[in-house]
Design a protein around this ligand. Structure first.
Ligand SMILES: N[C@@H](CCC(=O)N[C@@H](CS)C(=O)NCC(=O)O)C(=O)O
Length: 211
């Protein structure tokens, strides 16, 4: 009963592999190199029509994409891992809210910051758009930072929110110029605490070898 994860190091596949590692679920990793543009290959588009990683093949078959859906699904399939507050618990509503916030208010802007030329034809316009997108991502991350309760995102208990928030804080837009260390202290503390979890340390080292 093995999951097959299509992804790349440094990418959003991190949150899926981390959640599955916490659950102790067996995983086979199939690399899709963003650097080589393999996400646009015909064979990968057949799995993920938007050409985005991660894509997860479930042990019983069937592909699932979209990190928000994947985190909720993994939490549901592996309740013993306590990745999310159980349905009916008061914190469940906030957990779902902030997973959706990161997926819909931050992740789409990462595409604009990473590939501005997809949105604006001229070189100069693309450079301006890239900067605006980076600013927008930072503004949204500040909202996440202000919301995180500490020591974990939801307070006393670790959850998938910690994995997700820490992932967004690792990417170029937050990293450049030491911005995240200055402005995201709670998320940085969460990232450091994730690294201390035995199941997560190897996953962290695989995806973010530079910290
Ligand atoms: N909505 C998707 C977004 C995934 C996404 O943007 N993944 C990036 C890598 S972190 C990607 O595949 N980018 C390649 C591209 O846009 O060509 C999700 O939540 O899984």
């Amino acid at each position: 009963m093995t999951y097959i994860l299509y992804g790349d190091t440094g990418s959003g596949a991190f949150c899926v592999e981390a959640a599955l590692a916490e659950a102790g679920a067996p995983l086979e990793f199939r690399p899709v190199s963003l650097e080589r543009g393999e996400q646009t290959s015909e064979s990968f588009l057949a799995l993920s029509p938007s050409g985005k990683i991660p894509a997860l093949q479930l042990p019983e078959g069937g592909i699932v994409t979209e990190t928000a859906a994947l985190l909720i699904l993994i939490a549901e399939r592996h309740p013993e891992a306590n990745l999310l507050p159980a349905p009916g618990r008061p914190q469940r509503a906030q957990a779902l809210r902030w997973i959706a916030f990161m997926a819909s208010e931050i992740y789409p802007i990462v595409e604009i910051a990473d590939y501005p030329e997809r949105f604006v034809a001229d070189h100069k316009g693309a450079a301006v758009l890239k900067q605006s997108a980076k600013k927008r991502i930072r503004d949204r991350l500040l909202i996440v930072e202000a919301t995180a309760a500490g020591p974990w995102f939801l307070g006393e208990n670790f959850s998938a929110l910690d994995i997700y928030a820490a992932m967004f804080s690792r990417w170029r837009e937050a990293r450049e110029g030491g911005w995240r260390e200055e402005f995201l202290p709670k998320i940085c503390a969460i990232a450091a605490a994730l690294f201390e979890r035995p199941a997560l340390q190897p996953v962290w080292e695989k995806y973010f070898p530079n910290g």
